[in-house]
Design a protein around this ligand. Structure first.
Ligand code: NAD
Length: 280
């Protein structure tokens, strides 16, 4: 029999479960997170917040179901918010987190400057963690890339191919941007290396400048996500590939992050890119 990944029976009893609001509860990630929280012995689904349910109001909620509006939450009835929505939703959610002063795990990608500023503002009054990828495998991939950047001599170059489902609204993926940025940060940019990023190539782009990182976004009907790092040097190449077989990889990592975050002081921890990029 397959055990649920967050089985209640696997852990010792705890004093009080962490009361969690899932924001984006009807989404692909939100549904997985809600189910995993209901399974976990140390977590409680206190709020299931969803834009699509909001106009219905609290009175439309079935008996025994968690409340659907974050605005109705009082600070004393919640310990954490876990949010996988859209970049546009982030500033309003940040204001609620600031009011509540509870831990916030944000997995939303494609953040604009307003969204990043909103996360930073919330991070001044609450522990906030934002990452475009909560899978354990990607955390290890980042370390491997960091080592590769240190070990491989000048002349080695990086290209990234990421593949996701066609409903993904941002491209390239936030994870690809972080990986590209990480490579550029670790490589010396002397001897005329550009350190720029180019998103796809088409037309008469000319010879590839040394140090340029090309990022290529593939979209297919299905698939949780793949990141393929292609490293090339003189006479040889190396590939590092991470595949998320399903979204439980992100849900598991995000809930582990949430457990850790609820014990942290107010602070914003980010896993975003700071790199130079251009579209092509
Ligand atoms: P989805 O479209 O299936 O779900 C998003 C849900 O959020 C929808 O149900 C939508 O109605 C809801 N929503 C939007 N605005 C809202 C608001 N203001 N209040 C409440 N609910 C709101 O998308 P998804 O596949 O679940 O992904 C969501 C986000 O998470 C995307 O940005 C995606 O790129 C990102 N993501 C991140 C990771 C990671 O590990 N960090 C993993 C997977 C997906």
């Amino acid at each position: 029999m397959t055990r649920p990944p967050f089985g209640k029976s696997e852990r010792a009893p705890i004093e009080r479960p962490i009361r969690v609001a899932v924001v984006g509860a009807a989404g692909r990630m939100g549904q997985l997170l809600s189910a995993a929280i209901e399974e976990a012995h140390d977590l409680e689904l206190a709020f299931a917040v969803e834009r699509n349910l909001a106009p219905l109001g609290e009175e439309a909620r079935a008996e025994g179901e968690p409340p659907t509006r974050l605005e109705h939450a009082a600070p004393e009835e919640l310990d954490a918010v876990i949010e996988f929505t859209t970049a546009r939703a982030v500033p309003a959610i940040a204001r609620e987190v600031e009011r509540l002063g509870v831990a916030w795990v944000s997995g939303t990608t494609g953040l604009d400057e307003e969204g990043k500023a909103a996360l930073a503002a919330a991070g001044r009054v609450a522990p906030v963690l934002s990452s475009p990828n909560f899978s354990l495998g990607i955390a290890v991939l980042r370390r491997l890339l960091e080592r590769a950047a240190r070990l491989l001599p000048e002349g080695w170059e990086l290209e990234i191919v990421e593949s996701h489902h066609g409903a993904k609204v941002d491209a390239p993926s936030g994870t690809a941007l972080v990986l590209a940025d990480q490579w550029v940060q670790r490589r010396p940019l002397d001897s005329g290396r550009s350190g720029s990023q180019v998103h796809g190539r088409s037309g008469r782009v000319g010879p590839r400048p040394a140090g340029e990182v090309g990022i290529h976004a593939v979209r297919l009907p299905e698939g949780a996500g793949e990141h393929r790092l292609l490293l090339g040097g003189r006479g040889e190449s190396l590939e590092l590939i991470h595949r998320a077989h399903d979204r439980s990889a992100f849900a598991h990592g995000a809930l582990e992050a949430l457990r850790w975050l609820t014990a942290q002081p107010p602070r914003l921890s980010i896993r975003w890119t700071t790199g130079r990029s251009k579209s092509g």
